[in-house]
Design a protein around this ligand. Sequence first.
Ligand SMILES: [Zn+2]
Length: 318
Amino acid sequence: MQLMETRAGDARESETADGSTGHHHDAGATAMTLSPAAEIIVPVDGRDMVVVLRRPRYEEIAPFTAEPLALSQTLRASALRLALRADIATVDGEPMRLATADRLAAAPDALAHIIEARNLLYEQGRAAGEAWAVCPHCDRGEVKLSLLSFATRFGALPPDITAADPLYLLPPSLSLEHRAGARPAGSPLTRAIRFRLPSASIEPPVRGRLQVGVLNTIDASREAALSKKFAPHGKEQPDDRVWWRRGNPCFRALVALAAATTRVDDGAPPKLADLAALLAVDVYFLDALYHLSHFADLARHAPADTCPACGRSFYPVF
Ligand SMILES: [Zn+2]
């Protein structure tokens, strides 16, 4: 893949060196640790075009994001062009249009480059979230977590963001049912997991947009109440919420995450609309955090954490 810096330089090297996606928009002027977009050059009809990728909001991709094997050929093609429109800001400086998406989708080399860069942007975005497990003994001490630490310590990988066919994003894993992870009897488990969303590191602060919160286990009655309130059976949804229905996997995942998040910035549980307006990578991060802390099996001899406040041990899972 060819990721391009604004000036000279090998973007791939900077990628592995600092974990960013290469193209830094005025990086010196802000405290952003990840660039909000990436620029690539792709061959279309025998000439190079400059494609600037962007990080869409969850509500932009939720209407059409579904397991591609569950879609007809027509719906798959439609999902791809809508995804390209959501994931690309500009092509050769022009705002993205569906006609441009069709042109890119018909150029295999260009499409492969774009999809590779797009998927990397999602993976890196999701990995930018931060989390801390709260000690169940003293309720004060915290231990820092990362999605990667679940792999190295417990052998558990985060859920896939992309389908087996990498052209397509998958809905968050909470759109499906999962079995609770095994816990050796008597294991002390975390009280709650505090998190800071990836967008807090990607975007400058936006008033009213969530940045931090507390994750716990899904409150089934809240989940049912949210579904009933926001996706009542037999009721038409307004145009900007056509995907707010129980048959949409991204909606189901959003409701589950809302019912698992006990507090956000202002101390109250999150509003569904506020979660929908987050960057898609924020929702994928929360989904991965929930997935790993609830569904990963804890081996009998898995290493525990030691609370820095009280010195007692616990596991950073529920
Ligand atoms: Zn403690």
